[in-house]
Design a protein around this ligand. Sequence first.
Ligand code: AGP
Length: 608
Amino acid sequence: MCGIVGYVGNKSSLPVLLEGLRMLEYRGYDSAGVSLAYERDMITVKSKGKLCELEKKLAERNIRESLCGIGHTRWATHGAPSDINSHPHETELLTLVHNGIIENHKSIEGFLLREGYSFVSETDTERAAKLIDYFYKQTREPISALLEAKKTLLGSFAFGVIFKDIPSKIYALRKDNPLIVGYDSTSSYLASDIPAILPYTKRCCRLSEGIVAELSSGSISFYDKPFSLADEKFEEVEWTCEQAQKGGFPHFMLKEISEEPSALRSTVERRLDSLPPSLFEGDDSILKCVERISIVACGTAMHAGLVGQNMIEKYARIPVSVEIASEFRYRDSIIQNGTLALFLSQSGETADTIAALRKAKELGYPTLAIVNVFGSTLAREADRVLYTNAGPEISVASTKAYSVQCAMLALLALNLALLRGEMSEDKVKKICRSLLCELPSAVESVIARGEEIRTLSQSITDAEHLFFIGRGIDYSLALEASLKLKEISYIHSEAYPSGELKHGTISLISDGTPVISIITDRALAEKSLFGVHEVISRGARVILFCSEDIAREASLPHCERFILPKCPSSVLPFVLATAVQLFAYYTSAEKGLDVDKPRNLAKSVTVE
Ligand code: AGP
């Protein structure tokens, strides 16, 4: 995913831009560039590859100090990674950086060619830049040029723009892609994500769609049309700079797993000051006539949806379907009255999930989003939003966001159970107390046993293929455990319902095949253990993750194991999740891989 930074103030802009781009590297990119503005000049330096390549090019140039500039890290969508396709893109009158995809770039190209423009790159961004250039030529008024272009552009964009004849201001405009602005007494900052601004100021604003921000030294103005000031909300970002740093951990992923107890506590306790859990500060009308729920998400968030399905159906007795957003958005959906469409997303910017939300709204579903990033697109467009409070999740592999999504879904399930009279208040209170008081400490005790899990992981670092198996909620957890392992250790693994192996895939089990068995559901323990014996008898090497009560009561097969701490059954899914996240983490770290930035992956998939 691309990263945008901008700076204007009384400091040299280049160091601020480069540091900001470094803070956004986690988003994944394949080229980078900066533009530095001067009274009568604009210098743009850009390069394919990592930031170090850009810095080499900058070192070769005699760069004078500039007080205003923009920077970009590009994740190629239109046009291969190359110097010429990198951003910023300069035109006669401006320089521009862009996140997103311009869907009508071909028709814009045709129009501009007829207007005498030519193109040097393959990118949709260059077409957008020259369209803005075209409008600016008409009026020499930056706000109207940007807003005129916005009327013409289709697709998604976040722009940072410097007009060459206004070298002390940066302009920003977004649609379907996030942009944050911040300021202190002498400078203003632009970024596509908060960590790039945090080292300088906590006073941030998530720019609204269609609003043009004009950044000057130490002040920012907002316009909804030329010469018409708009009002945008600034917030003191709770995230400290340290939160966006690794804080002494070798990887963001391990740091973020270690934050799960506090993230869970923060997510749960905010809503347990009253019963039912106060999810919507009083107005829970969106839940009132819910007869069924359709959960829509991608990847790990979808797996959290599967855990939520289990809990909502168990506590509230409401049928729940879980759909992959990229499938839902193109499926010929059948609307059923009384359906709540629930969207899960850490970033709130996942293109498939946003498209699915928009489709659900077109079909007339009430929409609820559970997201981790304040003011994100999903949060703004859903009818209602519940914010998880996991803090910034930098590592590409989602961990604490998954855990707090499951916690929020548990609270939703309990809320619905009370509203529908499916559970007594006492029973709900008991589970809420477990979530509030026992869950964080149980997760902490698993984290404290990290070395034990690291030892277990060492036995699979050379594996090429392995299985995760489980039944019921343990199968949902196995799916997430498998994805976590695959995406950061590059070991091929598959998650299977224990009872399904004999219908085909057990043929893949041979001597030494690693099989990770997850057993926390007491009611299914005997059946699940049978599945373990099945694969052991065919030569599998089993690692068993199971709950303390099952380990105590059942006769476990002879195999490696990790026994979860003693805790209430309502807490077990979260505790198991932390254990298998650590299992994946140590496997990847043992292999010396780039745990936080796995190959081919980006933190937020904001393109299809
Ligand atoms: C998580 O480990 C994965 N990197 C990925 O599946 C992610 O969960 C998915 O892209 C959805 O992202 P979101 O939660 O930001 O919508």
